[in-house]
Design a protein around this ligand. Sequence first.
Ligand code: AMP
Ligand code: GLY
Length: 425
Amino acid sequence: MKVLILGNGGREHALALKINESPQCDKLFVAPGNGGTASIAKNISLSGNQELLKFIEREEIKLVVVGPEKYLVDGTVDYLRENDILVFGPNREAANIEGDKLFAKKIMYDNNVPTAKYFEFSNTSSKEDIYNCLKKQKYPIVIKANGLAAGKGVTICKSIYDALEAVLLNFEEKAFGDAGSKILIEEFLEGEEASLFVISDGEDFVCLPAAQDHKRIGDNDFGKNTGGMGAFAPAEIVTDALLKVIEDSIVKPTLYGMKKIGKPFTGCLFCGLMITKDGPKVIEFNARFGDPETQTVLNVIVGDFLELLYSAAKGKINKESVKYNGGSSVCVVTASKGYPDSYELGYEIFGLEHLNDLPIKVYHAGTEKKDGTLRSSGGRVLGVTSHVKDKNFAEAIRVAYQGVSKIHYENIYFRTDIGRRALNL
Ligand code: AMP
Ligand code: GLY
């Protein structure tokens, strides 16, 4: 079949490579794609939904796989479905589980899904009510913009002063625009985080091996939040026994709750979990694959990944299509110095040809091929991802950093401690 992936990051490069492995994949397109997807698929540039639909119909694309949330929340998926195109990804109403945190909280509360306690305020709430609420809290607390804020809408507040600043940021400075016109004041959850991708046909589901990512820019989780500086899978904190608890207390009731209100979730439900001493709790849901977790998760499964996505999109998920391969994978993101703030682009990337003999895949996140040379074109540039046969994280980390050491471009920056948590250090 012919498949089209929407997006242009490392996640989409990883999805493209895995889908390409399927015997069912005859031809693969990525729109718009990047310097990495160009070498395994055909990159195409399309503007607007009508042009997209025309292309899909002309090429007789059998499945569209959506990468970033943008296409979910802007109605692209709905538009394609209305035109009888098969899409892997939720429609706009179901994607609100990511785009509207209060909606996600309501689903969780109505279906007894464990999550952090919260209070809700809007920019029309009385300042006195907000202040009185903040005064009563035990710190730290978390303040979140309700809508999509490019991963920047969450502030961990150590004191009431931080909290007041966060409220001002949302309501007065309008730093997140409309996304911050409502906020959640949320209980701070303590524990270890894990990312679980649940592939669902709206009712039934398959959980892929859990992963952990490293969101902060600096070693030892210091500094600003980023899109993700690295990841590893499988996350051993999610044991088989714990996965069963997560399925029963979180996944099943959430999918059931969505279906019950007429918004069945088909696609990848990304459960951002905190494993607390009282059990697993939901930090957030996303309506898509995570980046860079996907780069590692897809390296620890075997089987026909395209079949998994295709069967889910068709409404009857093939639960036998993939399984854990017994291995381990570590992804180190190489970024442009200055990310996540400002950074320079356009530097030539050297050394990728020296990685061919290593068990490594290099996923391109922000690269572009210009006049035959590969250059940096984004804050996150490459995801250097090891895949070793056994559950041996010491080896998976060693190989990933061996790969990183062979890559050069001006202003390269990466964390040096990716995966260390897998070694319990
Ligand atoms: P998000 O942008 O929702 O992924 O949140 C960013 C990060 O903030 C999460 O990965 C957590 O590390 C942290 N976080 C969010 N909510 C909470 C919470 N209620 N308790 C503790 N940490 C949180
Ligand atoms: N790595 C976290 C995310 O994709 O949102």
